[in-house]
Design a binder for this molecule. Structure first.
Ligand code: ADP
Ligand code: MG
Length: 675
């Protein structure tokens, strides 16, 4: 927090915590460790659980392995040391008149400083034995009399995340007192009369009702009934989502106010012969998306559009058509892909498509600089993030296309767009983004979805197998190879690491033996670009039948004759990433097989992998992944663009996120063009 430059008094909630009674420099430092600096931070410090201290289990009612809260008086305590003093156990015995409870702390001798004979304590934990009743390492809190005791007992008490040296009880008292002093000064961001029933009315049909913000903050700390907690959380989450939506929507409005669109709608002179020469028809979904793109490219605001479509749904051809529109209009186009291999593949594909039309196609990667052609002709440049570097200075850049957007950060996207004078932007992603993330991360983009696969594809069957079944798996793969198909074999890492990961380089030799006489190629990130291209060429032309690779091949590759995908140590991957890898197969007319091999012991992982056996719907898989691993893991790179929510939950709050978007849109429209 920087000091305010003027002499204006700080808004009350922005005051630093040292202004509060009882917060000295030591406490202030402890609170800072929890990320709490201002009164507002403290008021938004979210309990991680609650204890209903109006009803307890008596000690005699405690059940094995069931987490509960109980209370009692200390009737015995002591520290035992053993192994020459290296190990210790500190124990207290509580009695509540119904039974006795042993609480033990292993190797934490300093715990003895916190308890004395005759103290009354709350205990929370899971009994690990009933004879005698014992809880190891419970959470405890002393029950003290005095004027503030009503804050801690005979109510639903909040239990906060703590840091070393900060007592639960002290923090709870501080929050109570701070609420007393500041509750009336908590600003209400919603217009007057908007909360409660009128918010419900505004949400037309959705059964949502929200307390005022100040009440929600009190309720999240000191709920009267358990239901208050979720009610309050939803209000505070909605505020978070609305703040974000406001930022996103204002940014978009500002952008539209200042940026004029280049006319890139095209005149069909290349599009017509291009589509006529394709050996397939566009799907209805592809056609619909193209209409949306043409509308944008000929519109008054520069296009800002996200194209979502599951792996294999045919986004590349849509990108090609939109590029033609801009090229026909006399503008140049750039396409950025996350890996050299994918850029090379696109280069070959687009050359085959565009050169017959007289359009120059260039490749610009770290290892490949384009030859300069006639500067006046329409140019389509494909590249990796080398495009962002200074060397690439296109004139008349009309359209920027980013493939596999989820592999780039938001800043990289912006850097490329800034190379032109407000070029149109099309970002494509095969990572099905859960709806909630779509609205938060890509909130300022319009969205088009390709929601059907081209006809005539074979099915993909997926199997989860434990490592001891590998011999059978190899046999199956040999049979398929004998029928003329090709296979990917994916390993998690390049070099041997601890933890029993098989090394892809070592496995290479093994695979050649197991799958002989088939030829095996090896592809990983440490190869030189020219070597990678050679390996890919071998696989594309079926000179090698098997490609042993690292997850490098996850994005974009398109070899329709490859119908087998074996992924070893599959438990180390996220579901969304496995789905991407699986998307390399099932691209031709033959049935495909994906075999996920999990390390023998990982039962839990096996369970998780079953989701992939059950569905090939990328959206369902992404949503499952989001719940299991959270947004940061799911999105990799992108997490940089993701705000942190205290109360909002990206995996669960779809309804709230949608509501936030609509409420903000409505309030901005009502306010006219300016904020
Ligand atoms: P992705 O959406 O994963 O980028 P691609 O664009 O690589 O998918 O397309 C996958 C394969 O489907 C390619 O071989 C492509 O030529 C083919 N394809 C695309 N559209 C159609 C269509 N309408 N009919 C038949 N095949 C198609
Ligand atoms: Mg693709």
């Amino acid at each position: 927090m920087s000091a305010s430059p003027s002499n204006e008094p700080l808004p009350p909630l922005a005051r630093p915590l040292k202004h509060l009674r009882g917060v000295g420099s030591e406490r202030q430092a402890q609170l800072a460790r929890l990320g709490l600096f201002t009164v507002e931070d403290l008021l938004l410090h979210r309990p991680n659980r609650y204890e209903d201290r109006r009803h307890f289990r008596s000690i005699s009612e405690l059940q094995l392995d069931e987490a509960s809260t109980t209370r009692g008086r200390i009737v015995a305590l002591g520290l035992k040391r053993f192994r020459g003093g290296q190990r210790s156990v500190f124990e207290i015995i509580l009695d509540d008149g119904t039974a006795r409870l042993h609480c033990r702390w292993w190797n934490l001798p300093f715990m003895q400083n916190y308890f004395a004979m005759g103290d009354e304590v709350f205990v929370f934990g899971k009994p690990n034995s009933l004879k005698p009743r014992t809880i190891d390492h419970p959470e405890t809190e002393a029950i003290e009399g005095g004027e503030e005791s009503f804050i801690h007992v005979n109510r639903i008490a909040p239990i906060y995340p703590l840091t070393e040296g900060l007592p639960q009880r002290w923090l709870r008292s501080l929050i109570w007192r701070t609420l007393e002093e500041y509750e009336a000064q908590i600003p209400e961001p919603w217009p007057k009369g908007f909360s409660g029933d009128s918010a419900r009315a505004a949400t037309a049909g959705a059964s949502l009702s929200f307390p005022p913000r100040a009440s929600a903050i009190r309720m999240i700390h000191f709920p009267e009934v358990m239901e208050d907690i979720e009610l309050a959380r939803r209000r505070l989450a909605l505020d978070e989502f609305m703040a974000l939506q406001r930022e996103i929507q204002l940014r978009r409005k500002k952008f539209e106010a200042k940026a004029r669109a280049l006319p890139c709608g095209g005149d069909n002179r290349w599009m017509k012969p291009f589509l006529a020469r394709l050996n397939f028809q566009l799907t209805p979904a592809q056609t619909r998306v193209l209409r949306e793109l043409r509308h944008d490219l000929g519109g008054v605001h520069p296009m800002r559009r996200l194209l979502q479509g599951d792996v294999g749904s045919g986004k590349t051809i849509v990108a090609a058509c939109s590029a033609l529109m801009a090229l026909e209009s006399g503008y140049n186009v750039a396409l950025m892909a996350p890996t050299e291999i994918l850029a090379e593949q696109h280069f070959r594909t687009f050359k085959g498509w565009f050169e017959p039309l007289g359009i120059e196609v260039r490749l610009q990667t770290g290892s490949h600089k384009p030859a300069m052609g006639n500067p006046k002709a329409a140019v389509f440049t494909i590249g990796t993030h080398a495009l962002i570097k200074a060397g690439f200075t296109p004139d008349r850049l009309g359209l920027v296309i980013i493939d596999e957007q989820h592999k780039f950060g938001v800043t990289q996207r912006e850097q490329l767009v800034r190379k032109g004078a407000y070029p149109h932007l099309l970002v494509m992603t095969a990572t099905p983004i859960p709806r909630t993330l779509g609205l938060t991360l890509y909130g300022e983009l319009d969205v088009s979805v390709i929601d059907e696969m081209p006809a005539g594809r074979g099915r993909i069957k997926t199997f989860v197998r434990l490592a001891d079944k590998l011999p059978k798996v190899w046999e199956f793969i040999r049979e398929q190879l004998a029928k003329g198909r090709q296979a990917y074999v994916v390993y998690p890492r390049v070099e041997e690491t601890s933890g029993g990961l098989k090394a892809v380089t070592k496995e290479f030799a093994n695979l050649k033996t197991v799958l002989a006489p088939n030829r095996v190629g090896l592809l990983h990130g440490r190869l030189k670009s020219s070597e990678k291209e050679q390996v890919m060429a071998g696989f594309r032309t079926n000179t090698t039948q098997v490609l042993l690779a690292t997850p490098l091949i996850e994005v974009g590759l398109d070899v329709p004759n490859a119908t087998l995908m074996l992924i070893e140590n599959a438990e180390q991957f996220g579901l969304a990433q496995l789905h991407q890898l699986r998307g390399r197969i099932g691209r031709g007319t033959h049935d495909s097989y994906c075999i996920l091999v999990a390390a023998a012991k990982s039962r839990e992982a096996q369970q998780r992998l079953k989701v992939l056996e059950e569905t090939t719907d990328g959206f369902r898989i992404a949503e499952a992944d989001l719940k299991l691993r959270g947004p940061g893991e799911l999105l990799g790179q992108q997490q940089s663009g993701l705000p942190r929510f205290r109360f909002g939950n990206l995996a669960e709050d779809w309804e709230l996120i949608k509501l936030a978007r609509d409420l903000v849109a409505r309030s901005l429209a009502a306010a006219g063009s300016g904020p």
